[in-house]
Design a protein around this ligand. Structure first.
Ligand SMILES: Cc1ncc(C[n+]2csc(CCO)c2C)c(N)n1
Length: 228
């Protein structure tokens, strides 16, 4: 079994639970509230920029030119996707630039983005890449599942279609190939750290969808309102 397959297998139960999250079930059924989708989109726009930063730092750490190109291109792509969210889905779903700017990162989004950026800066290259993998891989597989289950006339169909591109799945295979090569060359302790980084990020993917469904805020939100 390849190393990337061992990562997948170790986190299979968590993946099955991710597929069953109410956010993903309702997205596929077309019954997700607009409010929850809007919440998700705003947080995802925040996420994409941070993810782009983590990719760029990881690109700089690569042990070969191929990795620089692979992760720098992905960093570029993350910011391109973030911009297209603003010009496309955010406009369609009635989120203004002011609303976006006034909405801070939720605890789950802040946790995930801080984790990725900190890991990219502080961990060895193979561990940084392992932390980035769930974003590509779990998202692609969740997308495949939602795409297959989506109902006719789904109001989120345009969004769901963004998951389906073959280009996206090719990207996942390329990152898995990099992870497999790095794991082959790594010491056992590094491989253990790669497993831990993948698991942490996979949990945070789960939490990201759950947080959007719960319309999560900081628990201090009420305490931060000015006193009348
Ligand atoms: C929480 C969250 N996780 C994963 C993705 C998917 N994603 C974000 S950037 C990128 C690669 C392009 O560089 C991919 C696949 C997302 N949008 N939001």
């Amino acid at each position: 079994m390849s190393f990337s397959q061992s990562l997948w297998q170790a986190n299979e139960a968590l993946f099955q639970s991710t597929l069953q999250l109410p956010f993903n079930r309702e997205l596929a059924a077309g019954t997700l509230s607009r409010e929850r989708f809007r919440h998700y989109m705003i947080q995802d726009a925040h996420y994409l920029v941070a993810y782009g930063r983590a990719l760029a730092v990881t690109a700089a750490k690569s042990d070969n030119a191929e990795g620089v190109v692979q992760f720098a291109n992905a960093a570029n792509e993350a910011v391109v996707v973030e911009r297209s969210l603003h010009d496309g889905f955010m406009r369609d779903f009635g989120i203004t630039a002011e609303q976006f700017a006034a909405t801070p990162l939720t605890p789950a989004c802040q946790h995930y983005t801080s984790y990725l950026v900190a890991t990219a800066w502080s961990a060895p290259y193979p561990v940084a890449v392992a932390a980035l993998l769930p974003c590509f891989w779990i998202y692609a597989e969740v997308g495949r599942d939602i795409h297959a289950r989506s109902v006719a006339g789904n109001p989120y169909q345009a969004w769901i279609d963004t998951y389906a591109s073959e280009e996206f799945h090719a990207l996942v295979r390329a990152v898995c190939a990099t992870v497999d090569r790095l794991a082959d060359e790594a010491a056992p302790a590094t491989r253990t750290a790669m497993h831990a980084a993948y698991r942490d990020a996979a949990r945070l993917e789960w939490m990201f969808w759950d947080s959007a469904y719960c319309l999560a805020q900081w628990p201090t939100a009420a305490a931060e309102l000015p006193k009348k």
